[in-house]
Design a protein around this ligand. Sequence first.
Ligand SMILES: NC(=O)c1ccc[n+]([C@@H]2O[C@H](COP(=O)([O-])OP(=O)(O)OC[C@H]3O[C@@H](n4cnc5c(N)ncnc54)[C@H](O)[C@@H]3O)[C@@H](O)[C@H]2O)c1
Length: 244
Amino acid sequence: MLRNRKVIVTGAASGIGKEIVKKCLHEGASVIACDINEHYLRDLKQLMDDCNVLYTYQLDVSNYKEVSDFFVYVETEHPDVDSLVNNAGIYLAKNLLEYQEAEIDKVMDINIKGFIYFSQMFGKSLLENKRKGVIVNMSSVSAMEGSSDAIYGLSKAAILGLTKSSSMNFSPYIRVNAVAPTMVNTPMMDTIPDWRKEEYLNHQLIDTPIMPEDVADTVTFLLSDKSKHYTGATFDINNGAYLR
Ligand SMILES: NC(=O)c1ccc[n+]([C@@H]2O[C@H](COP(=O)([O-])OP(=O)(O)OC[C@H]3O[C@@H](n4cnc5c(N)ncnc54)[C@H](O)[C@@H]3O)[C@@H](O)[C@H]2O)c1
């Protein structure tokens, strides 16, 4: 499904991102896996048997200079890149009343600005040469239904706005879509308060737990030509919770 494609994945070394990397490789793509955690990136490379079409790059998505340097590397070493999965994100599991100023900045910087920097630099590099491409942005059910962590929820709602606007700005060359999963079985899920987990589960019409590889299935579909008619859209992955 992704033969001859080259995909950048952020937050690639854990949870959902890691499964997206594995699935993209399985579908025939080359992958540039970015993450802040160098140690996890090394583990990922080993896990994939030092696969020669998996490239790893350590960076902080919220650092403009580091992201700019990354795109210089991409233009030099991987000028054929055609896809971006904006996935890196953090969840602090805090009530709005508990948030310190530095924590607010941190969530906004990673969950919003990181997506903006990558979208902008990826968009520029493709549009300059009128090349076609695809972006998939990782949002969340909390963008629509609210989150018990207000700053996280608003950051994920912002990603739906970014998705719609960049699908217009990058048209007709780059398709941009978002996915909005509910609870996915990753280290991040363990930090959601128990009462909130229960609420989410009570709303689900299907009781099969959502695994990171299930999210990766939807993401690879959106990266592929099978989704060629979709742009500016949000795909819920939520077992039928919160029908809209
Ligand atoms: N797990 C869920 O229930 C769930 C539900 C909906 C949406 N999401 C979203 O899915 C995405 C992935 O979440 P996950 O559950 O796999 O989390 P995770 O914590 O398992 O993985 C996140 C990855 O992002 C990396 N990362 C964090 N800050 C970074 C930074 N500044 N620069 C580069 N990399 C950074 C981490 O090192 C880690 O490898 C996030 O955007 C999250 O908000 C998760």
